[in-house]
Design a protein around this ligand. Structure first.
Ligand SMILES: [Zn+2]
Ligand SMILES: [Zn+2]
Length: 315
């Protein structure tokens, strides 16, 4: 039996998630037989462009993304859960899902270097000011654009996000299919062809991971994000690190279809990974390898010091 891990979970700090506490998710993870759960609350920097900074949920209301008091509380809750659930054999990790926007790259760098994240998941949610992960906003975005424009907008931003070196993994790579399928039909499932290859080459060079995100199944798509064809291209490009995540925004979504996602990785002889302080630990190889699997030299972001942040970094 492969170890089951869920590396994409939105607790109540995410504005679009149900009010489910970190510990409640952990209890459910134990019931589901998960060995590891990684919380990845949203930090949607792209949305700051629209003049609204109340992008997280804290103290019973929408709260400023950039006032990191909420992030201190998030880490504290995760640390408490780590202690509480250790005896039951559940590892609890502190991650984040960052919606990339080029204008906020400096701010993103600041937050990921000041906080001791285990796992930083990069996502492209927002194109030309519209969230393509939202049914309503994506409809407005798609209505005025042909597929060549969608391809250009999405993959040029993704290439840039990869090259920043800020992210350990890329979330739900073909998220544009979520709502794009109903607008453009099957043709949207081909727009990665010819443009994803150099991006995967860069990700392989940087030892970045690709996420297999199972949320697509609950939206009546046949494939995961990304689709099998894209996973095959990732394997061909030499990507070594993969994670699996349910993208749960509700308790009942935790762990959904993880078994099938792990089967998909096995089919391509790919390795599911977990992360500790931004280092990938492949699960199917011996622990002897774990300390050699890190990002390329010169990457200083593992040096996060939470204690230091508490003294000087708050803003
Ligand atoms: Zn996402
Ligand atoms: Zn998510």
């Amino acid at each position: 039996m492969p170890k089951k891990t869920d590396y994409h979970v939105h607790p109540d700090y995410s504005l679009d998630a149900e009010q489910v506490k970190i510990k409640t998710y952990c209890r459910r993870a134990l019931e589901l037989g998960l060995k590891e759960i990684c919380f990845t609350t949203h930090m949607e920097f792209a949305k700051l462009e629209q003049g609204n900074d109340k992008l997280v949920y804290y103290q019973g209301k929408p709260y400023s993304l950039l006032n990191y008091n909420w992030l201190d509380a998030y880490f504290k809750e995760i640390q408490q859960a780590q202690q509480e659930f250790k005896k039951d054999g559940l590892q609890v990790k502190a991650g984040v899902e960052i919606g990339y926007h080029r204008k906020y790259a400096k701010e993103i760098e600041k937050v990921v270097s000041q906080y001791p994240f285990d796992y930083v998941l990069g996502a492209i949610h927002n194109l030309a000011g519209y969230s393509i992960a939202s049914k309503v906003e994506s409809a407005s975005y798609f209505a005025a654009r042909d597929l060549a424009t969608v391809q250009h907008d999405y993959f040029s931003l993704l290439a840039e996000a990869v090259k920043t070196g800020l992210f350990d993994a890329i979330a739900h790579l073909d998220i544009y299919c979520r709502y794009g399928m109903r607008h453009y039909g099957e043709q949207i499932t081909t727009i990665h062809r010819g443009v994803i290859e150099p991006i995967f080459a860069e990700m392989a060079k940087r030892k970045m991971a690709l996420e297999i995100n199972t949320s697509s199944r609950s939206r009546l798509l046949k494939e995961f994000h990304p689709a099998k064809e894209i996973v095959a291209l990732a394997a061909k490009a030499g990507l070594k690190y993969f994670t699996v995540g349910s993208d749960a925004h509700r308790l009942e979504e935790l762990g959904r279809h993880l078994h099938e996602a792990l089967s998909l990785l096995r089919e391509f002889k790919l390795t599911n990974c977990v992360y500790t302080r931004r280092r990938a630990i492949p699960l199917s190889t011996s622990n002897l390898n774990q300390f050699t699997q890190h990002k390329q030299p010169g990457h200083s972001l593992h040096m996060a010091n939470y204690g230091k942040h508490h003294q000087s970094g708050r803003h």
